[in-house]
Design a protein around this ligand. Structure first.
Ligand code: PLP
Length: 248
């Protein structure tokens, strides 16, 4: 809010952000923006439409990286934007006609198939994630956990208010900052692929260590983002446990 200038016309939000998971108070920002005549857009990929419905909280435009939970199988790149008929018409007949990408028929079909299982995938991921987070939070090999629905999160109350379902993406900080140990931990995992993206059927990790440029930008070197997939919670916990044991 303090960054607002006299010529600000747009707030672009993401709550929480999908790397370190700080939240924004979406409803308050939406109402403050309305008073000032500022348009609001939120990237709602983290929460999915099941976790948060920002249009009901006063946000003007909602975008999704449909590549993530909506597609859910790491096999399809797509996006979605939702808003009032007037706002969408303006985008459709303006920018989209000139610059917009068009989803292929095959990818559209993949999306339709995926959407039919969205709710059961999300619920499964949510249940598993809470078990995995509880395991990691009490483990001496973990220094910190960044997860909105864990009581250690500084905005836990806001998370419970805004996000109806605990989702499957969070990050951890290992208790060590030794790059060799961090690498060894990542490479010891058998059920977590090391890759960007998230929200698919298979669990992934994304270590900040792998991206020197970003690391220079201030991320903790021991930060690892985790995306929980559809595997069994026991398998994932066992896998994390043995990888942590490997570097203890
Ligand atoms: C991945 C991602 C995007 C971009 O999605 P693409 O499928 O690469 O276009 C946008 N926002 C968030 C939060 C994401 O995680």
């Amino acid at each position: 809010m303090e960054a607002t200038k006299s010529n600000t016309t747009l707030y672009y939000l993401e709550s929480p952000n999908s790397l370190t998971f700080e939240l924004q108070d979406v409803a308050s920002i939406a109402s403050a923006a309305k008073e000032k005549g500022i348009t609001t857009i939120i990237d709602n990929s983290y929460a999915s439409p099941l976790g948060m419905q920002p249009a009901k909280m006063g946000i003007d435009l909602v975008v999704h990286a449909a590549t993530k939970y909506l597609a859910g199988h790491s096999d399809c790149v797509a996006g979605a934007i939702m808003g009032s008929k007037a706002a969408i018409s303006k985008i459709f007949y303006g920018e989209l006609m000139t610059l917009g990408a068009v989803i292929s028929p095959f990818n559209s079909w993949l999306m339709l198939r995926s959407l039919r299982t969205l709710e059961i995938r999300i619920n499964r991921v949510s249940e598993t994630t809470q078990k995995v987070v509880d395991f990691l939070a009490q483990h001496p090999g973990i220094a910190k956990i960044h997860y909105p629905h864990h009581p250690s999160h500084p905005q836990y109350e806001l998370a419970k208010k805004d996000l109806k379902i605990p989702m499957g993406l969070f990050s951890i900080e290992l208790a060590t900052e030794d790059p060799e140990k961090i690498t060894k931990f990542c490479e010891s995992l058998r059920h977590f692929l090391m890759a960007v993206s998230w929200g698919g059927y298979e669990s992934l990790i994304w270590p900040a260590l792998a991206y020197y440029e970003i690391r220079k930008g201030g991320l903790p070197v021991n930060l690892i983002r985790v995306s929980i997939g559809l595997e069994s919670a026991d398998d994932l916990i066992h896998d994390l446990d043995q990888a942590l044991m490997n570097i203890s």
